[in-house]
Every structure is written in C-alpha cells, then in structure tokens.
Design a protein around this ligand. Structure first.
Ligand SMILES: [Zn+2]
Ligand SMILES: [Zn+2]
Length: 242
C-alpha cells in the first residue's frame, strides 16, 4: 500500500499537468519545464511550433515583456516630441535674425535637431551633413510613423490582454467542467453560474469545442508575433531585448 502511494506521489510530482493536477503531462514547457497535459498542450501549449510547448506563466512573461517594450517606446516618443518642440522654439528665435524666411527655416531645422543628431551619431559626418538638408522631411516621416506605431502598440496591449484572459478562462472552464461532470455547459454558463462571462465557454458554445481550441492555440503564437512587431518599431527595442 505504501509503495502504491509513493508511486502516485512520484507520478504527480514528475508528470502531472501544472494546471490540471489530476491529469498526466504529455509535454514540458520549453522555457521552465512545467508539465502540460494533453488538453493544455493541444489547446494552447503547442502554439510555439512542432513539439514546442509554452506554459501559461511563460506566456504571461512574454506579455509582460511586450508591455515593457511598449512602455519604453512611448517614453521615447514623448522625449522625441519634447525635443522637437524645444528645437522649433530655439530655431525660430535663432532664425529670427534672418527675417521671416530665417524664422521659418529655423523652426523646421530646430524641430529636426533630433533627426540630425541621430544621423551624426549613427551614420557619421557625411550622412549627418546630408541629413541637415533632408531632416525636416525625415522628421515629419518619423512623426507620422510614430503615430501609427503607438496606435498599433495599443492594439497589441489589448490583444495580448484578451489572449491571456481567454487562457485563464480556459483553465477555469476545464476545471469547472471536470468538477461538474454531468451538468451541461449552457447551465454552467448561465447568469450567476461559475462560467458566466467566461470567454472560452462562450467560444465553445458559439463555435464548438474544436474551433474554440484552434483559436486558443493561436494565442501564444499571436503574442510572440506581437513581440516581433514591437521590436521592429525601433532597433533599440530589439537591442534591449537581446
Ligand atoms: Zn513555462
Ligand atoms: Zn492541463
């Protein structure tokens, strides 16, 4: 008898699903090694490509990294805009000595000082010199690019948060269904019941189990892809992540 309990204990310790302790694990998280059951693996863990599973905690980590990178980007954009305004004001007054045309050019060159500075720092004197001439256009281009990036970044934050919530709801769904074997889903998801408002339960009811699973399976891939998008915004983000 004692040996049987030991066997069960060691099985649970070695190969139980991290989220469903009553289930045996079929794969381990490629980041932290936590066990994932067949259901978890099929539903969201397999999202990282053939045989590569990722647990919920590591997926959540990925979202945290995305958020941190977006926060950095937003701070950077704020700084850039501040320097544009300061540069434009200084340029306007410096250029004032040259009359209305001087004011006009001073304003634009001043607002573009950040771009010119970047040109010198990144590409050297020759390119930096050329940039003085084209910097006003480059600054406008970057300004517009940043507006789009911030918009995309906000969409990513929303998408990441929704995916995480759907994963959490998936755990709640599976545990509730296991606990309430025999009850039908519509009852469990009705107002006031455990699964009311559960995103995954609603997906199962409207699209069916396999479609809901397929959608969930894309979640980790989507979060990873979102990270790639953020890092493509500014090469300094990729350098920080490396
Ligand atoms: Zn993990
Ligand atoms: Zn599981």
């Amino acid at each position: 008898m004692a040996s049987r309990i030991n066997l069960v204990d060691s099985l649970a310790g070695m190969s139980a699903c991290y989220h469903h302790p009553s289930q045996k694990s079929v794969a381990n998280c490629k980041e932290c090694g936590k066990g994932l059951c067949r259901d978890c693996y099929d539903s969201y863990g397999a999202g990282m490509g053939a045989g590569k599973a990722l647990c919920f905690d590591c997926t959540e980590e990925m979202v945290k990294q995305n958020s941190a990178e977006i926060e950095w980007l937003k701070k950077q954009v704020k700084k850039e805009r501040l320097w544009m305004i300061i540069g434009a004001i200084v340029g306007f007054f410096v250029g004032a000595g040259g009359g209305p045309a001087g004011m006009f050019f001073g304003l634009f060159i001043g607002a573009s000082l950040g771009t010119i500075f970047n040109g010198f720092m990144e590409y050297g004197w020759l390119v930096g010199g050329v940039m003085i001439v084209i910097s006003p256009i480059m600054s406008i281009v970057r300004f517009i690019k940043r507006i789009n990036q911030i918009k995309q970044a906000d969409e990513i934050l929303e998408s990441d948060a929704r995916i995480l919530q759907e994963m959490r709801d998936y755990f709640a769904y599976t545990l509730t269904m296991e606990k309430n074997a025999g009850f039908d889903l519509a009852t469990l998801a009705s107002q006031g019941s455990e699964l009311y408002g559960n995103i995954y339960a609603n997906a199962v009811m409207s699209k069916g189990e396999s479609a809901a699973q397929a959608e969930l399976r894309q979640g980790a891939v989507q979060i990873a892809a979102n990270g790639e998008i953020i890092r493509s915004f500014d090469r300094r983000i990729a350098q920080r992540a490396a």
